[in-house]
Design a protein around this ligand. Structure first.
Ligand code: IVH
Length: 699
């Protein structure tokens, strides 16, 4: 067993001795303290402990809750990590319809709105101005201070129940504090802050995936993911802006928001009360200038009558409230000519069409190019070379083409024919069913793919050859010194010296970097190979599961699918990759060069106690991670597989396990055990049952 695991289990035994009263006190204290830290971190943005310390406290709480499940608070901070349960979304009718807002685009229209309001109210009106975040609307229900339901807007009359997914949003307090009403609804916006969006896209690119187009779409897609544990990984955020209750205790909208903040809910700090339309205009001006410095995309301001009695008096039209309106910021746009469409080839062969534009000045920069994303987008816009196109820079800094000025279309412009062959190497492109992107499959010879692969291979998180940067990778390829990553290991000092501006010192540096990459562990070599969908995490899982490149190459699709978190898409990509003779040759060359193609960390054999037994692991555990559980089983001769079948002997079940797995196990008569049972099977070291009522309590 790895040293870490031994230490962990010893600690477990000491903790197991805690009695119920002590555990209760500790659980209560940890719950309260973690909630406070969450609140400080996510709502106030003033953390007082490090992320590491936070995780340590969270782990401790998770551990105790597992031992004493009856002491766990229903709104425990451990809930928000997502349980890995498969969600089905029920359609639910909204208790109160979710209206949208009327739009205004200029001062004149806003003044007309104010006049309409004042016709009813007669005097200067107090408005509340809120930044309009570009995300998706959500309705939350709280009962006795606990979040019980979250529903998407849907068509305004009914939406999807996404409660489990919304629970994973860290900035949302699931349990309120202070003097909250017993029952109320509160609405707000779920969105993805720019930083989180950019990080997600960097991760996608590292896996060879095309980046997402904008934060709004990802936020919306994330909320519809079937697995809450996946949603928990997405950096979603929430802001609440509309309190509703049958007996609303507040006189003004602003008062309701301030109270919601006191209960621990996240309400925008930028919201202001404005007396009369002129103050509203000042607010608009201020944020039109400052909005680009915000951490999220905003497309306007929502202006609401502050007095709730006045809101009632004004009421609604068929579609929108008469007491509120959205002011949309002018997205700066320009019209320019589309001079041509070029096609970029990415590391994995993905083709991205790029609009080559007649240079035009927009929001401080000259725009010459804009992404057209894929063939569908070109078709949707019906954009043709020679067209005058609208360019916009909304909240985002990247310009996009929003449409064609058809009034200026010249006759005889031919519809755009998407390319059929790779612009770099001439190979015929393919487009797989259900995918938006076209691909060039010539990954061994197509220059941008090969260079991209070398860049990826030498990157810090892969083989970490920092003496070779992007420029050098390109130069080595273009000068014909390397044709694949395997050629790096054949580079000679004299070859390098022949390169322009290459000194002896730099050449030595490069060779030293290459030499020391031979010690990089297998999982990073695997990541560095740049196999589609095999990012850092997947590479780790595969290295752990198979232990060596040879075993991984031999694995069947079914074997791959047995591995935790390896689905059909990844399995197919691997089978595809290893099916190629060239790839096999490349791997052989890497092996001959002395790279680590075998895990040195593959669990050392501890015993044969689980010999011949197959386990399926599901859910979350308090004493060990899923990977640790897997290591433990394998180190003792057992096997782990991803799905329950007649060959499964034990289902190792943790919290939040998939109901389908449980049902299948029951149908097939597979034994269901908890983590303590596993520990007991190994060495009888599970804590005595009378002290820790863990086992069986789940089932
Ligand atoms: S109030 C009846 N306030 O804008 C009141 N909406 O165009 C309706 N939105 O569906 C909504 N920020 O998704 C309101 N501070 C804010 C908002 C906001 C963003 C979104 C929301 C709504 C859409 C209406």
């Amino acid at each position: 067993m790895p040293k870490e695991a031994v230490k962990f289990l010893k600690l477990t035994l000491i903790r197991g001795a805690m009695n119920r009263q002590e555990a209760k006190e500790k659980i209560d204290a940890l719950t309260a303290s973690l909630k406070e830290h969450n609140y400080r971190y996510y709502v106030l943005d003033e953390p007082v402990i490090s992320d590491l310390e936070f995780d340590r406290l969270l782990k401790e709480l998770e551990f105790l809750e597992k031992q004493f499940p009856e002491l766990k608070h229903p709104d425990s901070p451990t809930q928000t990590v997502g349980g890995g349960v498969e969600n089905e979304f029920n359609t639910v009718k909204h208790k109160r319809p979710m209206f949208s807002l009327g739009n205004t685009y200029n001062e004149q229209e806003l003044r007309e709105f104010d006049e309409r309001v004042r016709k009813v109210t007669g005097e200067q009106v107090e408005y509340v101005c809120e930044l309009k975040i570009d995300g998706l609307a959500i309705s939350l229900f709280f009962e006795n201070g606990e979040m019980v339901q979250a529903i998407t807007r849907g068509d305004g009359v009914q939406g999807d129940d996404v409660t489990d997914n919304v629970r994973t949003i860290r900035s949302l307090n699931l349990r309120l504090r202070g003097n909250y009403p017993p029952s109320f609804e509160i609405r707000g916006e779920i969105y993805m802050p720019r930083k989180g969006f950019e990080k997600l896209n960097r991760e996608r690119e590292a896996m060879g995936e095309t980046p997402y187009a904008n934060p709004r779409n990802v936020a919306s897609g994330s909320l519809k993911l079937k697995n809450s544990a996946e949603v928990a990984k997405r950096p979603l955020d929430i802001t609440l802006y509309h309190f509703l209750a049958d007996n609303n205790p507040f006189k003004t909208h602003f008062e309701s928001l301030n109270n919601a903040r006191l209960w621990g809910l996240k309400v925008a700090e930028t919201t202001e009360v404005c007396k009369g339309v002129d103050e509203v205009l000042n607010f608009l001006k201020k944020w039109d200038e400052q909005r680009h410095s915000l951490g999220f995309d905003t497309d306007g301001v929502v202006i609401k009558v502050n007095n709730l009695a006045l809101q009632d008096e004004l009421g609604f039209t068929a579609k929108v409230p008469r007491w509120a309106i959205a002011y949309k910021f002018q997205t700066e746009s320009a019209v320019t000519e589309l001079l041509g469409i070029t096609y970029q080839v990415g590391r994995t062969g993905a083709i991205t069409p790029v609009a080559e534009l007649k240079p035009v000045f927009l929001l401080g920069t000259t725009v010459k190019r804009a992404s057209l994303h894929n063939a569908n987008e070109i078709e949707r816009l019906d954009v043709r070379v020679g067209d005058m196109v609208f360019i916009e820079k909304g909240g985002e800094i990247i310009p996009k083409i929003t449409g064609v000025d058809f009034s200026q279309r010249k006759p005889h412009l031919a519809p755009t024919q998407y390319i059929t062959h790779c612009p770099e190497c001439g190979t015929e492109l393919i487009r797989k069913e259900g995918e938006a992107q076209h691909y060039c499959t010539n990954d061994n010879e197509c220059a941008p793919q090969v260079i991209g692969k070398i860049e990826h291979f030498v990157a810090r998180k892969a083989l970490n050859i920092d003496s070779i940067g992007s420029e050098m990778a390109r130069l080595l390829y273009e000068k014909g010194l390397i044709k694949s990553v395997a050629d790096l290991y054949k580079l000679q000092f004299d070859d390098l010296l022949k390169l322009e501006r290459m000194g002896e010192k730099s050449a030595k540096n490069i060779l030293a970097g290459i030499e020391s990459s031979k010690n990089i562990p297998f999982e990073r070599v695997l990541f560095g190979m740049g196999i589609r969908y095999v990012g850092e995490t997947v590479a780790k899982k595969l290295a752990r599961a198979f232990g060596s490149m040879d075993k991984l190459m031999e694995a069947s699709r079914d074997d791959l699918l047995q591995v935790d978190e390896i689905g059909e898409v990844i399995a197919d990509s691997l089978i595809d990759y290893f099916g190629s003779q060239e790839h096999r040759k490349l791997i052989q060359e890497l092996k001959d060069s002395g790279l680590q193609l075998q895990s040195s960390t593959a669990s050392e054999k501890q015993s044969n106690k689980l010999q011949g037994l197959t386990f399926v692991i599901s859910g979350v555990f308090s004493k060990m991670s899923r990977d640790e559980a897997k290591d433990l089983i394998e180190a003792n001769g057992g096997k782990c597989s991803g799905s329950v079948s007649s060959k499964t002997h034990y289902l190792l079940a943790g919290e939040g396990m998939g109901p389908a797995k449980l049902q299948k196990a029951e149908e097939l008569g597979v034994k269901i055990i908890g983590e303590d049972d596993l520990l007991e099977m190994l060495d009888g070291s599970a804590p005595a049952k009378d002290e820790t009522p863990v086992q069986g309590s789940l089932f």
